[in-house]
Design a protein around this ligand. Structure first.
Ligand code: ZN
Ligand code: ZN
Length: 675
C-alpha cells in the first residue's frame, strides 16, 4: 500500500454571513482530519468555531499568508457525512451563505465556542403536554392499518409518501404506530409539526405514548435547552424528536423515519436568513439517508399533489373519519342574497343556526382570517387613513388598548381622539376583524359566553392553552378566531362552524390565495361534528362560484387540484416552474432602485444562454417599504432550476460585494410569497 501524503490545507465554513469558505493550513502535528470535523480557527482578532468542508494538498491559487488551524474539537462534535451532505445540498439549492446554513445545523452555544452540552439546562417542559384524560384504547381501521403496513414494509429505503387523511381520520394513530415499529428496531424518528404551541394535542399524544424517549426542539427553547436536545439527538439519549421546522437539522442517531405533519403549512418556510423549506429539506434528508418520509395532511399542498401525479410520491389515503362520525353538512351563503348583519357579520341563516345550536347546549366556532378591530381607521372629514411610518401600509385599529398597530413590523401608536391631519373627531373604523366581531356578538347575544383566539390573544402559549381548554371544558359557548382555531383541535360539543368572510383570504394578492382558502375552509370545517353530534358548516362569501369555494364545499380535493393545476400551469407558477426571488432593500430609495436595476441587467447578461428563464423586474415590491427599508425585486422563473443553480451560485458573491453601502440583497429560492 502506497502512502499518500497527508493533505495540508482545509477549506472551512465559518458562522459569518459571507458567501465563501475560508482556507487554513493543517498543522502537521495534529491528527488526521476529515470533512465534517469542527475546528477552532483565527478570524481577524477573534477565534471562531468552523466546520471542515474539504481538505486539499495544494493551496488555492492567489492565496498568501494562510493561517493555521488552532485546534480540533473532539470527534464527538463532528457532523456525520450524511448530515454534511444534507447541509451541502441545502446550501447549493437555496443559494445560501455557508455560515447561515451552519447556524441551523449546530447548536448556537457551540458556534459561540462554548463546549457545554446543556447539562445544566432545565429540561424542556413536556409535562404541559400531558392531558389529564386517559387515552382511549384505539382500534385501527383497515385504511390506517394498510398505511402502516405499506410504510412499515419500506423501512430502510427511501420511500416518500403523502398521507392524505381527511380531518378526523386518525393520522396521528398512524404516526404513533409507525414510531413504535421504528423504535423497536432500535432506530430514531424525527417528527415535524408547524407550531408546537398550536398543536398541543398532537404533541401530547407522543409524549404520553413514549414519555422519556421524546425530545422537543423549537425556537422558544433557551439556547441551553436547544444544546441539550441537540446532544441527546447526537448521542442517542432519546429516540423521538418532535419539533418545528428547525428540528429537521437535528443529528438524530440512527434515523429510521421522518414524519412531516400538516405538510402544507406555510410555517415550514423560513423567511429570514437561511430561507429553506422544512418539508423539502425533510424529503431530501430521507433521500440521503435512505428512509421513508411521511407527509401528512388533510389538505395537501399543490406541490405534493403534483409529486404524486408525477409518480415521485406514493399516495396513501385515509378517506374515513376514525370515529365513524359523518362529515359536516355544508351550507354556502351568498352574501349578495343574504347580506351580513352590519355589526356581527352573521347572515340570517347562520344566525338562526347559531341560536338553535345554543339552545341545544352545543358549541360554535366562528372563523375570520383577520385580527384586530378593523383593518383601518378613516377620517370622515378629510379622508386620512393612518399609515405605518416604517411600512407605508394602513395601520390596523385595535380597540384593546385603543391603538393602531402595523401587522408587519409591530409599530404601534395610540389612537388619539381626533384626526392627526385635520383634528376632526369624526374617526370611523372601516371593515371587520376578530376583535370587532367579538365585541358585537357580546352586544347582540349578552347571555352567551364568548371567547376569542388570535395572534393578539395568543402572545403566550399559556393564553392559547387557557382559551382552548376553556372551550374544551364547555366554559365557553362560542369561540371566534383566526387560522389558529383551524389547527388540529378536537372538541366534543362543537357542532357549528361559521366562516364569516371567505373573501378575506381569496382576495389576498398571492398566487397561492385559492390554495390557502381551500385549505383553511377544509381545516376549519373539519372541527365540526367530530363525535356523536352531527356538524354543520356555513361558508359566507360574495364569490360563491369560485372554484376553490366550490371544491371546498363538496370536499373534492382532486377537483380542486385539477383546476388549481391548470391555473398554475397556464401562468407558469410553481410547481410548473421554480422561482428565485432577489430582493434589494435599503433606507435610501434611489440607491435601492438603482442597485436593483444593476442587478437585473447583470442577470440578463448572465442568463442570455438560458432562454427558458423568465426575468421579471426590476419592480417595486408590493410591500414597498418594510420596517423602514424600501424594497425592490427581480423574479426569475425557470422550468429547469438545476441548470441555473451553479451559474447563480458563482455570480452571487461578486454581485453582493458590488452592492452600494447600506443596500442589502436577499435571495429566496422557492419563495412562498412574492410580495
Ligand atoms: Zn381628518
Ligand atoms: Zn410597519
Amino acid at each position: 500500500m502506497s502512502e499518500s501524503p497527508s493533505p495540508q490545507f482545509a477549506s472551512v465554513w465559518l458562522p459569518v454571513p459571507k458567501r465563501q469558505s475560508f482556507t487554513y493550513r493543517l498543522p502537521s502535528e495534529l491528527p488526521a482530519v476529515k470533512p465534517g470535523d469542527l475546528v477552532l480557527v483565527p478570524l481577524g482578532k477573534r477565534k471562531v468555531v468552523g466546520l471542515i468542508e474539504s481538505v486539499q494538498h495544494v493551496a488555492p491559487e492567489g492565496l498568501g499568508g494562510i493561517k493555521p488551524i488552532l485546534d480540533f474539537l473532539p470527534q464527538e462534535y463532528s457532523l456525520s457525512p450524511e448530515i454534511l451532505e444534507v447541509l451541502r445540498w441545502a446550501m447549493n439549492h437555496y443559494l445560501a451563505p455557508p455560515g447561515e446554513v451552519l447556524r441551523s445545523f449546530l447548536p448556537p452555544a457551540l458556534l459561540k465556542g462554548r463546549m457545554g452540552k446543556g447539562e445544566r439546562a432545565k429540561e424542556a417542559q413536556l409535562e404541559n403536554f400531558f392531558s389529564e384524560e386517559k387515552l382511549p384504547q384505539v382500534i385501527l381501521n383497515e385504511k390506517q392499518s394498510q398505511a402502516i403496513r405499506e410504510v412499515g414494509a419500506n423501512l430502510g429505503s427511501f420511500y416518500p409518501c403523502l398521507l392524505h387523511g381527511i380531518t378526523g381520520s386518525g393520522k396521528t394513530e398512524v404516526y404513533l404506530e409507525l414510531c413504535r415499529e421504528v423504535l423497536s428496531r432500535g432506530q430514531g424518528v424525527l417528527i415535524l409539526v408547524p407550531e408546537i404551541s398550536l398543536t398541543p394535542q398532537t404533541v401530547g399524544r407522543f409524549v404520553q405514548r413514549f414519555v422519556d424517549k421524546v425530545g422537543c426542539y423549537h425556537s422558544s427553547l433557551s439556547e441551553a435547552q436547544r444544546s441539550q436536545t441537540w446532544w441527546s439527538a447526537r448521542q442517542g439519549g432519546k429516540n423521538i424528536f418532535i419539533g418545528t421546522r428547525s428540528a429537521v437539522c437535528l443529528p438524530v442517531q440512527n434515523l429510521g423515519l421522518i414524519i412531516v405533519d400538516e405538510e402544507h403549512d406555510s410555517s415550514y418556510k423560513q423567511e429570514e436568513r437561511f430561507r429553506y423549506h422544512g418539508r423539502d429539506l425533510a424529503v431530501l434528508r430521507a433521500k440521503v439517508r435512505g428512509i421513508p418520509v411521511v407527509l401528512g395532511s388533510a389538505t395537501p399542498s399543490v406541490e405534493s399533489w403534483e409529486n404524486v401525479s408525477r409518480g415521485k410520491y406514493r399516495l396513501l389515503r385515509l378517506p374515513e373519519r376514525a370515529t365513524q362520525a359523518e362529515l359536516p353538512q355544508m351550507h354556502l351563503i351568498d352574501l349578495k342574497i343574504h347580506p351580513p348583519h352590519p355589526e356581527t357579520f352573521l347572515s340570517e341563516p347562520l344566525e338562526k343556526c347559531l341560536n338553535l345550536v345554543m339552545e341545544r347546549g352545543e358549541q360554535a366556532m366562528l372563523f375570520l382570517n383577520r385580527r384586530g378591530y378593523a383593518p383601518f381607521l378613516l377620517c370622515r372629514d378629510c379622508g386620512e387613513v393612518p399609515r405605518c411610518p416604517n411600512c407605508e401600509i394602513s395601520l390596523t385599529y385595535h380597540r384593546d388598548g385603543y391603538k393602531l398597530l402595523c401587522h408587519y413590523c409591530e409599530f404601534s401608536v395610540s389612537t388619539g381622539e381626533v384626526c392627526a391631519k385635520c383634528a376632526s373627531p369624526n374617526l370611523e373604523p372601516i371593515g371587520i376583524g376578530t376583535e370587532r366581531i367579538e365585541a358585537e356578538l357580546r352586544k347582540r347575544f349578552p347571555k352567551l359566553r364568548i371567547g376569542r383566539l388570535d395572534r393578539d390573544v395568543a402572545t403566550s402559549r399559556n393564553m392559547t392553552e387557557t382559551v382552548l381548554s376553556q372551550f374544551g371544558k364547555g366554559e365557553l359557548d362560542v369561540l371566534i378566531g383566526t387560522q389558529i382555531v383551524a389547527k388540529g383541535h378536537d372538541f366534543r360539543k362543537l357542532t357549528l362552524v361559521g366562516i364569516l368572510f371567505a373573501d378575506v383570504t381569496l382576495n389576498f394578492p398571492d398566487f397561492r390565495a385559492a390554495e390557502r382558502l381551500f385549505q383553511i375552509v377544509t381545516q376549519v370545517s373539519g372541527r365540526a361534528g367530530r363525535h356523536e353530534l352531527p356538524g354543520q358548516v356555513f361558508l359566507q362569501t360574495y364569490r360563491p362560484d369560485h372554484y376553490s369555494i366550490q371544491a371546498a364545499l363538496s370536499q373534492q380535493h382532486e377537483l380542486f387540484f385539477v383546476q388549481e393545476k391548470s391555473f398554475r400551469e397556464d401562468l407558469g407558477y410553481p410547481p410548473f416552474s421554480r422561482m428565485v426571488l432577489f430582493r434589494v432593500s435599503g433606507i435610501q430609495e434611489k440607491r435601492v432602485e438603482a442597485a436593483c436595476g444593476q442587478l437585473t441587467s447583470r442577470l440578463r447578461t448572465l442568463l442570455k444562454k438560458f432562454p427558458e428563464v423568465g426575468i421579471q423586474g426590476p419592480v417595486q415590491s408590493t410591500l414597498q417599504k418594510l420596517r423602514g427599508r424600501f424594497r425592490w425585486q427581480v423574479l426569475l422563473r425557470t422550468p429547469k432550476f438545476e441548470r441555473l443553480r451553479n451559474v447563480l451560485g458563482d455570480f452571487l458573491p461578486q454581485m453582493e460585494s458590488d452592492l452600494p453601502a447600506g443596500v442589502r440583497l436577499t435571495v429566496d429560492v422557492d419563495p412562498m410569497g412574492v410580495f
